[in-house]
Design a protein around this ligand. Structure first.
Ligand code: HEC
Ligand code: HEC
Ligand code: HEC
Ligand code: HEC
Length: 146
């Protein structure tokens, strides 16, 4: 009897440990799009949860699903940017045609992330939101999608 109780407690311990760990992992995302077979820059650590819980940003400011020109995205819809923005150019991407630029993954990220950061810093007279390359591309150890 005693043995069974101990086994149950050990199992519960493992279970709650892995639940807590998986919750903690979702707070921060290391963005590493598989569209890039090789990254030319260090990866970007993105504090996902802080952006909505602490900075008060709507899911729909970053996630979208357009229907008749309206953003109808809701939790459960596609979150991977590269699922739609699958144009891979990372150099001189602003020389692509306008339709290609709209599909370009690097521009999708940069326009979304840096666009908001610039506006936020300007409106709040701060530098809290990073706009320099080194401010975002901080993860030196590259994990490439070979
Ligand atoms: C400031 C921008 C931003 C906001 C705000 C935001 N997200 Fe995200 N979210 C992202 C990015 C970027 C990714 C990673 C996309 C990629 O790798 O292609 C992501 C990934 C996800 C994922 C998949 C990864 C995971 O953690 O499971 C889910 C689910 C998700 N977001 C849901 C939400 C919901 C729900 C909200 C609102 C409560 C929200 N997001 C708010 C930018 C944002
Ligand atoms: C379901 C497909 C889909 C997903 C997923 C998606 N996008 Fe988009 N995105 C679009 C479409 C369609 C447009 C509109 C292009 C247009 O204006 O015709 C767009 C537009 C944009 C624009 C404005 C582009 C411009 O030049 O006007 C940005 C920035 C952007 N997306 C960033 C992101 C980011 C960041 C993610 C991931 C968090 C993401 N998108 C996920 C389909 C998607
Ligand atoms: C709609 C606005 C908005 C968007 C979109 C946005 N951010 Fe932010 N970001 C903020 C604000 C606001 C802060 C925090 C300012 C402060 O600390 O007061 C911030 C802070 C940060 C920081 C530094 C602090 C921290 O939380 O680590 C990083 C890094 C960052 N953002 C990365 C990103 C990346 C990467 C994306 C795109 C995937 C992104 N952000 C998209 C508004 C935004
Ligand atoms: C606000 C955050 C932010 C800033 C500032 C920023 N980037 Fe990025 N950048 C990103 C994100 C997020 C991605 C998508 C990374 C991925 O998908 O792996 C990205 C992707 C890229 C890519 C394509 C992926 C690769 O590694 O080849 C290049 C190149 C790049 N950025 C260069 C730059 C340069 C150069 C600067 C400074 C002029 C800069 N970025 C500033 C967030 C940022």
């Amino acid at each position: 009897m005693k043995k069974v109780v101990i086994v149950v407690f050990v199992l519960l311990g493992f279970l709650s440990f892995s639940v807590i760990r998986s919750l903690a992992q979702e707070e921060e995302i290391i963005i590493n799009s598989s569209l890039y077979k090789k990254h030319t820059m260090p990866l970007v650590k993105f504090n996902h949860q802080a952006h909505f819980d602490d900075y008060g940003i709507d899911c729909q400011d970053c996630h979208h699903l357009y229907k008749n020109g309206e953003n109808v995205w809701e939790d459960g819809d596609e979150t991977s940017c590269e699922a739609c923005h699958n144009e891979p150019t990372v150099k001189n991407e602003k020389r692509l045609s306008i339709p290609e630029q709209k599909l370009n993954l690097k521009l999708a990220f940069h326009n979304n992330c840096i666009g908001c950061h610039r506006k936020y810093n300007h409106e709040n007279k701060t530098k809290a939101a990073p706009i320099t390359c080194q401010g975002c591309h901080t993860i030196k150890q590259q994990k490439d999608n070979k």
